[in-house]
Design a binder for this molecule. Structure first.
Ligand SMILES: [Mg+2]
Length: 224
């Protein structure tokens, strides 16, 4: 079974690390400086692009022709000491690997960020030897010139293609964003939402776990 993990706020927690505040601030500063906007206008524009394209970066590329390489470098510039090593997570991933799960990191972030974060967590070597990273550039590459990323369909088809899967194959998508589970549900994937203490919606078609460490026992119960 192929298991796709979102990276930010899935393989580590935003609230436990404070990483989200730093990335958001880096994005606002980038937009203010590059587009010569005040803080409020930059914040509004960044949120608008996030709502429209799933990530702010895609809006900046489409409408302002920014270079994605320095953008990603800048927004993900924070000390990796913010993300502590997670032995329990490492043990769980190794156990799943041993059970024949093919595990992938599937992120709207860039490759360098994914490598740094997984190294900090102590889990990089689970993904690196077989190059099991699907980053923002791999998603954009799949539908050339369109800049498609999660939560849009082309992105999940890209992930499936990169992972050597076929449409109709049962995969598992693990995410903190319920929005990013809509398309995988349509594709018939098993979907797991990491709740992080948020209220559970009244109707929800995905599996809900409080913490990532509940994923291994859950996967054991899923039909293949
Ligand atoms: Mg996330």
């Amino acid at each position: 079974m192929k298991v796709f993990y979102d990276l930010d706020n899935t393989l580590y927690s935003y609230s436990e690390t404070g990483v989200h505040n730093v990335i958001s601030e880096n994005i606002i500063r980038f937009v203010m400086r590059t587009l010569n906007l005040d803080r409020e206008a930059a914040n509004t524009l960044a949120n608008h692009y996030y709502g429209t394209y799933g990530i702010t970066g895609t809006g900046l590329i489409k409408h302002h022709n920014i270079d994605p390489d320095p953008y990603y470098k800048e927004i993900h510039d924070f000390p990796m000491t913010m993300i502590p090593r997670n032995e329990a997570l490492r043990t769980m991933l190794l156990e799943l690997e041993g059970r024949g799960c093919e595990q992938w990191v599937f992120t709207n972030g860039d490759r360098a960020h994914a490598l740094r974060v997984t190294a900090a967590l102590g889990i990089q070597e689970i993904f690196s030897p077989k190059n099991r990273f699907i980053d923002i550039f791999s998603q954009w590459e799949y539908v050339k010139g369109e800049y498609v990323n999660k939560p849009f369909k082309g992105s999940y088809l890209a992930a499936l293609h990169i992972a050597g899967g076929i449409v109709g194959e049962r995969c598992v998508m693990i995410e903190d964003s319920a929005e990013n589970l809509k398309v995988p549900l349509e594709l018939g994937w098993h979907c797991v939402w990491i709740r992080h203490g948020r209220p559970i919606p009244e109707r929800f078609p995905y599996h809900v776990v409080e913490s990532l460490l509940e994923v291994a026992p859950l996967i054991a119960t899923l039909p293949k």
